[in-house]
Design a protein around this ligand. Structure first.
Ligand SMILES: Nc1nc2c(ncn2[C@@H]2O[C@H](COP(=O)(O)OP(=O)(O)OP(=O)(O)O)[C@@H](O)[C@H]2O)c(=O)[nH]1
Length: 435
């Protein structure tokens, strides 16, 4: 581990942190088992930038056995804590690997491409063929207005669902990094939040900063527009995404949702966008049905620079499991609740306990801004929250390919969307908790 720290030019880490990094390796294997037909390898490179800061454990006190079997629903309601567990759940205290406090993972820095920094083992892990002069790799930013289909397109290109998708605008809040690899290429996609003009909260401003920093790192940019809507200038999107970069990266305009319009209209819209926007090419697709997605991949490949892979070929994302767990819960909130409620929710995984011989134990807090929203989330006799937790648990189990125990607690933090400190803590400042 000491050698690893030297390789990546990071300060030596305290023993507890090392344990967590080791655990993160396990998390990466878990992605593998989902992505690579179950063929797990024994090791994985840690391709990330750790800050030496550690966050304090803000998780609520552990649940006692008495609480576990508390029949008094009123009391549980009062604490707004609902536990979705099966009677055969085992005690977890002895076997837990505690991961609730963690290092921060920077999302804004590209890993170094210099292969000299990797040892032989890591090169082997990356399937790196030193004399392959045709290998291409690079970063791709996917930008556009809300609800145009950026996440749907990113998921299609990655071949699996990493970004949550709903029919409501502004679902995506973070830059979601997904990695798509082939024998002679690696494209690293940043799915970004929808570009909005009116930034109502500090949260919106921070989300827009994340859009920009995605494009700064990008070797090419994809601007997605909705073909079913009247053609629109994409100046704001380019302004927010590409900004005043000296060297504008190659830009592709993707005319998405072509399934919603007549073939004759598609040609007219392509013509309009070619004429009135400053992009290099326009490609019509239907991301939802996967039509045209290969054309986009071909375009990207033609723009990526020659060079070795940044990440091991079998890794699908840099985000830790807990990130996807909170995103799945957020998606379910969007699907179950209406109006402003989903937008006022922040989902935090406060504790993730990996239990080798029992279900993983996941403790989650959903933060809302007002007590009235908390009441809606919990519902009469806790029914709404129970429904949410069950739907989320099923999807989380599907994603992780293992059974989990999920506990959700609802908390009120007034105006969290305006509180910069809290927003940074929640990961909107470009750093997320590594574990
Ligand atoms: N008909 C049709 N619907 C699509 C297509 N692509 C996406 N959608 C739908 O459009 C809606 C928005 O899709 P998302 O992928 O969440 O859009 P987004 O741009 O990431 O949204 P934000 O989170 O607001 O940034 C969802 O209901 C999708 O199912 C498409 O090709 N055809």
């Amino acid at each position: 581990m000491k050698e690893l720290a030297l390789h990546y030019n990071i300060p030596p880490l305290p023993p507890a942190t090392k344990l967590r990094i080791h655990h993160r390796r396990t998390l990466l294997y878990n992605f593998q088992s989902i992505l690579t037909n179950g063929s797990r390898r024994r090791h994985s490179r840690i391709a990330m930038n750790y800050s030496s800061t550690t966050t304090s454990d803000k998780s609520p006190p552990p649940i006692t056995r008495e609480e576990e079997f508390d029949d008094d629903e009123e009391e549980v309601m009062w604490r707004s804590r609902y536990q979705i567990r099966n009677p055969d759940d085992e005690e977890y205290e002895e076997e837990d690997v505690e991961t609730s406090s963690s290092t921060l993972l920077s999302l804004s820095v590209k890993p170094d491409r210099n292969m000299a920094m990797l040892d032989d083992y890591e090169m082997e892990e990356m399937d790196y063929v030193p004399d392959d002069p045709n290998h291409r790799s690079g970063y791709v930013a996917v930008v556009g207005k809300p609800n145009v289909g950026k996440s749907t397109l990113s998921n299609q290109m990655l071949g699996q669902k990493l970004s949550i998708v709903t029919d409501k605008p502004q679902t995506t809040r973070h830059r979601v990094l997904g990695i798509c690899s082939g024998p002679d290429f690696q494209m690293i996609l940043y799915d970004t939040p929808g570009v909005i003009e009116k930034q109502m909260h500090k949260l919106d401003t921070m989300m827009m900063k994340n859009v920009r920093s995605a494009a700064i790192n990008a070797d090419c940019v994809i601007v997605v527009v909705d073909a079913s809507r009247a053609p629109q200038k994409i100046d704001e999107v380019l302004e927010e995404g590409v900004g005043d970069l000296k060297h504008k990266p190659p830009t592709l305009l993707v005319l998405n949702k072509k399934d919603l319009i007549k073939p004759g209209e598609i040609a007219k819209k392509i013509e309009w966008y070619e004429k009135f926007t400053d992009v290099d090419e326009v490609i019509p697709v239907s991301a939802k049905y996967g039509h045209g997605v290969e054309d986009i991949k071909d375009w990207i490949l033609s723009k990526l620079p020659l060079g070795p892979a940044y990440y091991p070929k079998d890794i699908a994302s840099e985000h830790p499991e807990r990130f996807f767990v909170s995103e799945i819960i957020r998606e379910k909130i969007f699907m179950q609740y209406r109006n402003e409620v989903p937008y006022a929710c922040q989902v935090n995984v406060v504790s993730y306990k990996n239990r080798p011989n029992a279900k993983d134990f996941i403790q989650v807090e959903v933060v809302v801004e007002k007590n009235s929203q908390k009441i809606i989330l919990i519902g009469k006799e806790g029914k709404a929250l129970k429904l949410l937790a069950t739907a989320a648990r099923l999807d989380i189990e599907d994603f992780l390919q293992k059974k989990v125990f999920l506990e959700i607690e609802v908390k009120v933090k007034e105006n969290w969307r305006q509180n910069e400190g809290l927003l940074k803590y929640y990961g909107y400042g470009g750093h997320i908790q590594a574990l």
